[in-house]
Design a protein. Structure first.
Length: 279
């Protein structure tokens, strides 16, 4: 991959990059479209598929994360992806002669909030693997989804702090017709849970409505309690976190007003779903 990327670099061919964990859906393909728009017809679009073990805790769904390489390759071909990069664990985390793998990239501020509270090692895995992928693919532009808002914010920070010469684009969340954010993990939802999963996007809509109707900023704690009650009225739902914050710094907002970002993680049965939106 790196040899190919260096050849493209020497030929002044720009690369647009879309990192994924596979099981591709319309959300991923919207990022491919955006990458193509950035690099043009003479540029190259690279999509990686790698289920990165270092971003999963031992209790999480690494082993059963859904996979469909043949289907993914077909979708990539149809979407005009030039190269699908599918590295192995041994390539991504070299351990020659059984030496333990030992180098990580750590963002120490934004990573500690929200997802980082529930999943303490998650973002260390994400920043590490994305830095590695950037060094292998040498993109001019990389496209991430707003679906993982905190992740995209952390990647932007890493790129700034470590001087990666890469433009980061965050593309809008693609949703099902009923509002559920598309996610590879939606496959885990049972027929009884699937309609209840609308609770997340409905909570964002409800928050927007509250903000629209309010004459002055709303106390975040009050709105959080209201929305948590509404979400947990669905029997399968348990709120992991629900936060209001500044979209640039991720600092918690004590008052909710237009321009505040909202994000949440909700367990639907055993499946953990996330969603977010700007109010
Ligand atoms: P994943 O394969 O879930 O790790 O996601 C790979 C990339 O696709 C990340 O940048 C995600 O934010 C993005 N993505 C996932 N779901 C969506 C969606 N529904 N809309 C837009 N982007 C998405």
């Amino acid at each position: 991959m790196q040899r190919l990327a260096r050849r493209w670099q020497s030929e002044r061919i720009p690369v647009g990059f879309v990192p994924t964990m596979g099981y591709l859906h319309a959300g991923h393909l919207s990022l491919v479209k955006r990458a193509r728009k950035e690099v043009g017809a003479h540029g190259k679009v690279v999509l990686s598929i790698y289920v990165n073990p270092t971003q999963f805790a031992p209790t999480e769904d690494l082993a059963k994360y859904p996979r469909d390489l043949q289907g993914d390759l077909r979708r990539c071909r149809e979407a005009g992806v030039d190269v699908v990069f599918v590295p192995s664990d041994a390539e991504m985390y070299p351990q020659p002669a059984g030496e333990a793998y030992s180098t990580y990239v750590l963002e120490e501020n934004l990573s500690r909030r929200m997802e980082g509270v529930s999943r303490p090692i998650h973002f260390r895995g994400v920043t590490t693997v994305v830095a590695k992928l950037f060094n292998l693919v040498l993109p001019r532009v990389a496209v991430f989804g707003a679906k993982d808002f905190q992740q995209a914010t952390i990647i932007r920070r890493m790129v700034r702090d470590l001087h990666f010469p890469i433009k980061i684009i965050v593309a809008p969340t693609v949703r099902e017709n009923d509002g559920l954010a598309k996610s590879s993990r939606n496959k885990y939802l049972s027929p009884a849970e699937r309609p209840q999963a609308l609770a997340l996007s409905q909570a964002i809509q409800a928050a927007r409505e509250q903000v629209r109707q309010a004459a002055r900023p709303l106390p975040a704690a009050k709105l959080k309690a209201l929305l948590t009650r509404q979400i947990q009225a669905h029997p399968a739902a348990r709120v992991d976190y629900l936060e209001f914050f500044n979209p640039r710094t991720l600092e918690p907002a004590s008052q909710v007003a237009p321009g505040v970002q909202m994000a949440m993680a909700v367990f639907m049965g055993k499946t953990r779903l996330i969603d977010n939106g700007l109010l």
